[in-house]
Design a protein around this ligand. Sequence first.
Ligand code: ZN
Length: 275
Amino acid sequence: MPELPELAAFSAYVKTHCLHKTITDVTTSDSKVIHGALSAFKKGLIGKQFSHTERMGKYLVIDLPDDKKLAMHFGLTGSLVYTKNDAESVRFSVVQFIFKDGSVLHWTSIRKFGKLWLLGSLQEDKFLKKLGPDALKISLAEFLSAAEKNKSKNCKAFLMDQAIIAGIGNEYSDEILFQAGIDPHHAMKDLSKNTLTILYKEMHTVLTYACTVRIKSIKKNKENFSMEKDRDAFKASYLQAHRHVDMVCPKNKNHKLKKSTIAGRTSYYCPEDQI
Ligand SMILES: [Zn+2]
C-alpha cells in the first residue's frame, strides 16, 4: 500500500506534469471509486486547473479554484501515470483526467480499493479531519506525549494508527522499528524515553530517505512505479530490499529475518537485532 514516501512521490509527479493545465474531460471505467455522483465530480473538475498539491498522510490533496479540492486515496495498489497524449494505453487505468494539451493523468489501481472525491474544507472532510499530525511534521514533544497517552498500544500499531501519526503503514513501520532496533512486539510502555527518542529520530530518517528514493523512482520509471518492483532502489542496510526476497538481515548476513503477524499485519523483523 502506498505510504507517506510514495505519496510524496505522487505529489511531486503531479507538480511536475499537471499543474495549471485546463481539464477538458474526466472519464472512468468504474465510477464506484468516485465518492458522490459522477456528474457532480466531472462538473467540479472540467474547465478547472490544478493549482497546487500536497500530501496529507496517505492522501493526496490537489487544490482547485474557489477553495475546492480533489482528494485521492490509493488503496492497496493505486498509482498515478501521466501520458503526453490520450492514445497511450495505461494498464489498470481507472480514472483519466484529460488536459487541454491532450495529455492525461491516469489514476490507476489493480484492485480498485482507493477512492477519489471533491471537498470544500479539509476540516470538515470526514476522512481528512481524523488524521493525526503528519509523521514528518510531528515534534518530539508531541510524539512523546502521544506515546504516553497510548501506553498500552503495541509499538507497530502506534506507528500505523493514522489518528495518532499520519502517513505510516505496514512496510515503513517495519523499516522504522528495524532501524531503531526495537522488537515490534513491544507495547509503548515497554520503551524508555531514550528508546522513544531513537524511534522518533529513525521515523524521520527513514521517511525522509524513502521520500528521496521514491521521488527519484517515479521520475525514472513512471509506468512501473510500485513498491514491489523497486525494492532494490533502497540502500543495502534497509529491510526493504530483503523482506519477501531473501529474508537475510541487512545488518548481519548470519541473521535470518522473521515473519509474523503483529498488529494484524504481516511483519518482518530481525529477532537478533531488534530487542
Ligand atoms: Zn539482524
